[in-house]
Design a binder for this molecule. Structure first.
Ligand SMILES: [Cu+2]
Length: 192
């Protein structure tokens, strides 16, 4: 069941990426792409510190939506992101990498902190009340859906795209993690 779910989520990601690329093509190069993906959010990180989109102004950043109970996609992606952040060295301090939960009921700041201790310390886990999370999900045009499992448990289907955002908080492109960490780091560095 898990491989099927993963395939489904990956399929969704591909469809979504295709939509992003197609819509990107129809947008004029004059800079009107700003409103497409991204926007204001008001969340808290794994230390309980408030974080908004404004705090990120002046640095390129990566955004990935997921949840700590995720069996596969999230841990893999966070591992790959950690490798990129390590390759960035000191430049990692001039970027940001956000892991925004789609499961705020379970992903409290404490749960995120515990989970992220497995990954690069530059990763910031963001959560908030359902309304704040819904607003972030909407701003980034993310798909997230609760899937009931046995015993009252549940998983979340979700978009598995890592968004590369520029210094102004504008969406650049889906960030490609299917390349070496060195090349991915070099790609991110171009937006510093
Ligand atoms: Cu996931």
């Amino acid at each position: 069941m898990v491989p099927m779910l993963v395939a489904f989520v990956c399929g969704l990601a591909l469809v979504f990426a295709a939509i992003v690329y197609m819509s990107g093509r129809s947008i004029s190069p004059i800079g009107s792409a700003t409103a497409a993906i991204g926007g204001p959010f008001h969340l808290v990180d794994q230390n309980g510190t408030a974080v908004t989109d404004r705090d990120l102004k002046g640095r390129p950043f990566l955004v990935f939506f997921g949840y700590t109970h995720c069996p596969d996609i999230c841990p893999t992606t966070l591992f790959e992101l950690s490798q990129v952040l390590q390759k960035l060295g000191k430049d990692a301090d001039r970027t940001a990498a956000l892991f925004i939960t789609v499961d705020p009921a379970r992903d409290t700041p404490a749960a995120l902190k515990d989970y992220l201790s497995n990954f690069d310390p530059h990763l910031r886990g963001l959560t908030g009340d359902q309304t704040a999370i819904d607003a972030a999900i909407k701003a980034y045009r993310v798909y997230a859906k609760k899937i009931p499992l046995d015993h009252g448990d549940y998983s979340m289907d979700h978009t598995a795209i890592v968004y590369l955002m520029d210094k102004e908080g504008r969406f650049v492109a889906p960030f490609n993690l299917k390349q070496t960490p060195e090349r991915a780091a070099a790609q991110l560095r171009r937006y510093l």
